[in-house]
Write a protein that binds this ligand. Sequence first.
Ligand code: HEM
Length: 332
Amino acid sequence: MALNMLEKPMEKASSASFMVFIKELNATKTGKLASFNFFLAVFIILWGAWVRLSGSGAGCGEHWPLCHGEVVPLAPSLQTLIEFTHRVTSGIFGFTVLGQVIFAAKEFGKGHLQFKGSLVFLILTVVEALIGAVLVKKGLVVDNDSAMRAWVIGAHLVNTLLLMGSLTLCLFVHKAHASYSWTHGFRKEKLLSGLGLTLFLLVGAFGAITALGNTLFPSDSLIQGLASDFDPQAPFLIRLRIYHPALAILMAALWLGLLIKWRESYRENHEPNFYGLSFVLIFIAIAFGALNWLLMAPVWGALVHLLLGDLLWVSLLLSVFTRFYQTSVKQN
Ligand code: HEM
């Protein structure tokens, strides 16, 4: 009992600071819309993966933005419905992201980091749509196994992560009456964080290539899959598969080192403990990656793995921002 009482306050303080963060975030229209955009973005990312997993990439033919030359397909097949839903939700997303920029300009002002972050978020959303258009227009869908598709799909995933990164910054800088500045010093830590984030982008790009290889050249068994990873005659998409887990383990080790250091210096100063969250998520993401590989990536496994990867990315960025941004509240 006594031990429980000693343990509780820290736990409570930590979850209370998460609640405060969410409450403050939802205090402005911009913050509310940014939260909505976060959930919509995650939904669209997962749905986009399902487009690939269900072979629906050509569900609208080689037409973009129209679907089979129509605004709304009248007699859609299941694949058309899946691809069309992806396009409609992405289209709605375009408007809600634009709405976030307009709200940010009004509520925060154009000099605030919230506005700048929202603007970058809008630009990356447009780039995302253009990459999607390249995939469709160039026929880089369904059973296309060209090197060009591998490049474009890798770039698509990197852009998705950057887009989520700019949105995460908007979630972080949610106080209209505060200014945020990058702290001086910590040069080594900043360099290592930059390296960790770059490695994460590479893990994502190679993950997308791995997923494509698995979809186009499914293995009969785990052993056969492993053998083909090292077979010089295997398609290049299969031979590239090994880089994804190797880079993931390297990236995870680097982040664990940094987070352990940051957790030691963490004091409960009303900031949510993103270091602790990231720390736990790294273990879950790596363990689930291994499980997904052992199970030969069933559809649900691939979707959960992607979700965990995105949540880890957001959590790591929130850790970096907590570590390196100084918040000062402006006096009126
Ligand atoms: C924290 C580290 C990791 C991150 C952030 C990560 C991220 C990703 C991403 C973004 C994809 C692409 C998903 C898609 O486009 O649908 C992917 C695919 C994949 N990853 Fe990871 N991954 C990690 C660790 C691992 C590990 C350790 C393994 C174990 C071997 C692994 C195995 C796989 C497999 C098999 C796929 C292909 C899934 C499919 O066929 O759809 N991952 N990963």
